[in-house]
Write a protein that binds this ligand. Structure first.
Ligand SMILES: NCCCNCCCCCS
Ligand SMILES: [Zn+2]
Length: 601
């Protein structure tokens, strides 16, 4: 397994800049790159990466995706004067040429290919390329939306041909729809393209019908194009995580890509004038971490948009920090996605139901009554600020975001004292083996256990020797319930009884939602305490007949691949699931006994 993270950056790409007044393009500035690179240095992340040089993409490589006409037009601009540059730029929607644009765009392409080579050769495990001009809006025969050559699309085509890859996932978390990438791969089943984007029912640029959730791909490519439109601004971390848990990750695990490319735009982050979203930089650590679980970690992150310099650079740092293997920050704040996000997620899951096994039991009955639903949405709609207002607030808005990010990132990077772990160990002698952050706790003594069990758990604990095994679990659990530590580890010869007692003890202590994941067979199936416990039981023998609780899911571990379970756990852990009726299936043909129908709440 390769290790190490590549970082590709070349100052040359800062020479492309706008020479005339254009309020649409004036946000795509060279400082986007230099500011991000400086921030990486400031967090000492550059020195931890393998610095790989960029190179110019060759004409042949550019022709993997673009027409020779497009290449020739781009090439011809190198010797143009400002007036000619302005005229040629006017042929495209939201693009500007500078005499150095062609060279910068070729370096941007080459940087992406260097990254693919570094990962595919095993020189590194993953990496990031800081490039401009971006690429995901550019099309076979046109520049568009600040993009001249489609860096990520060329990287995907290049990887397919050079390394014979058959399954490449492109995740586009930029706030704009990468229509260029969609057009290039919509008939190609070997490239799965996922994009979320500000859409507002086709109001937001590029305002295309084919950016909506029902554009699933064409011909053999049906099912390989996933569009998740955001129909409101202000989407936050919980909406982005729900999109990963309930759309991207289940499909991505099923697709099982050999390489993952990210069209990594950070204009989906807080403070960005284009996106107007609320997700904080730390969410990109989580998104990156999830994608690192695919393709044996072969992950190439290539910069797209991002126009709030502070928000952009913090998000770039969160991404690189995670690629390096640093632990991701705790997810904080609102956990439930908003109604509009839920509707978009439901729509895209329904649209892809015919193409993905993980969606084959999707309940799409809601589609019939969607009209009532959207009028519901209108009610909760905060009236959108007019263009004029948002422009005025933009200035002091940007400053406010700067302040917010200063404080927020301090918390993220220097959280409260490191999470403490409690453990009980047999002998004091082995105490020194435990890391300093682990707190050794004494087992609960027998009388205490007896008193506690006889009061509430006598039905669970039959024999005395079981009593003995509860001491260490209860001692650790007590420290967690009283918030003296965050987590703990305890061994027990009677695991299922200990778990049953621990679950009932936690609920009796006042916890309202307890997730239990039990691997192995259980003598007794604890009851799920009227919904306050969600139990995922990964076992040899199916035991679902013993309980009909919808909060008990048993999975036959022989049948369901671990990665699928991992995505299932993510999905279940996210409370959002309660609003969904969904089904999970085993990966084998004999689905009947491992399909669990979870009814709509
Ligand atoms: N009213 C026209 C707005 C054009 N906006 C282009 C944004 C390109 C972003 C690239 S990530
Ligand atoms: Zn963008």
């Amino acid at each position: 397994m390769a290790s190490g993270t590549a970082l590709i950056y070349d100052e040359e790409m800062t020479s492309h800049k706008l020479l005339w007044n254009d309020p649409i393009c004036d946000i795509e500035v060279p400082e986007r790159l230099s500011f991000s690179y400086e921030q990486l240095k400031c967090y000492h992340l550059v020195e931890r990466c393998v610095c790989v040089p960029a190179r110019e993409g060759s004409e042949e490589e550019i022709l993997l995706v673009h027409s020779s006409e497009h290449l020739e037009v781009a090439k011809s601009t190198q010797t143009m004067n400002e007036e000619e540059l302005k005229r040629v730029s006017g042929n495209y929607d939201a693009f500007f040429f500078h005499p150095s644009t062609y060279r910068c765009a070729r370096i941007a392409v080459g940087a992406g290919l260097q990254l693919v080579d570094s990962v595919m050769s095993g020189k590194v495990c993953n990496g990031m390329a800081l490039v401009r001009p971006p690429g995901h809006h550019s099309q076979r025969n046109a520049a568009n939306g600040f993009c001249l050559f489609n860096n990520v699309a060329i990287a995907a085509e290049y990887a397919k041909r050079k390394y014979g890859l058959q399954r490449i996932l492109i995740v586009d978390w930029d706030v704009h729809h990468g229509q260029g990438t969609q057009y290039i791969f919509e008939e190609d089943p070997s490239v799965l393209y996922f994009s979320w984007h500000r859409y507002e029912h086709q109001e937001f640029w590029p305002s295309l019908k084919e950016s909506d959730y029902d554009a699933v791909g064409l011909g053999r490519g049906k099912g390989s194009n996933i569009n998740l439109p955001w129909n409101k601004v202000g989407m936050g971390n919980s909406d982005y995580l729900a999109a990963f848990f309930h759309v991207l990750l289940p499909v991505a695990f099923e697709f099982d890509p050999e390489l993952v490319l990210v069209s990594s735009g950070y204009d989906s982050g807080i403070g960005d004038p284009e996106g107007q979203m609320n997700a904080t930089p730390d969410v990109f650590a989580h998104l990156t971490h999830f994608l690192m679980q695919l393709a044996n970690g072969k992950l190439c992150v290539i910069l797209e948009g991002g126009y709030h310099l502070k928000s952009l650079s913090e998000s770039v740092c969160m991404t690189v920090k995670t690629l390096l293997g640093d632990p991701v920050p705790q997810i904080t704040g609102e956990m439930a996605p908003c109604l509009s996000a839920i509707e978009s997620i439901q729509n895209v899951r329904a649209a892809h139901k015919p193409y993905w096994k993980c969606l084959m039991y999707e309940d799409t009955s809601f589609l019939q009554n969607l009209s009532t639903k959207s009028h519901l949405l209108e009610k909760v709609n905060t009236n959108p600020s007019t263009e004029h207002e948002s422009k005025i607030t933009n200035k002091d808005e940007m400053v406010k975001v700067e302040r917010f990010l200063e404080l927020h990132m301090k918390n993220i990077l220097f959280p409260v004292p490191p999470i403490k772990t409690a453990a009980t160990i047999e002998s004091e002698a082995s105490a020194h083996l435990l890391p300093l952050s682990v707190r050794v706790v004494k087992e609960m003594d027998m009388n205490e256990v007896k008193a506690l069990v006889s009061a509430f758990y006598a039905d669970l604990v039959k024999e005395d020797e079981t009593l003995l095994s509860l001491g260490s679990m209860l001692a650790v659990l007590d420290k967690i319930l009283t918030k003296q530590v965050c987590n703990g580890i305890a061994e027990s010869p009677t695991a299922s009884v200990s778990v049953a007692v621990a679950l009932r003890h936690s609920v009796r202590f006042g916890f309202q939602r307890v997730l239990c994941i039990f691997v192995g067979d259980m003598e007794i199936i604890p009851n799920t305490e009227d919904g306050r416990i969600l139990m995922i039981h990964i076992c040899e023998k199916q035991q679902s007949e013993k309980t009909n609780s919808k909060h008990y899911i048993s999975l036959n571990w022989k049948e369901v691949r671990f990665t699928f379970i991992r995505s299932l756990v993510y999905v279940r852990m996210h409370r959002f699931e309660e609003n969904f009726s969904s089904c999970y299936f085993s990966s084998s043909r004999r689905q009947s006994h491992s399909v669990k129908r979870v009814r709509r709440r």
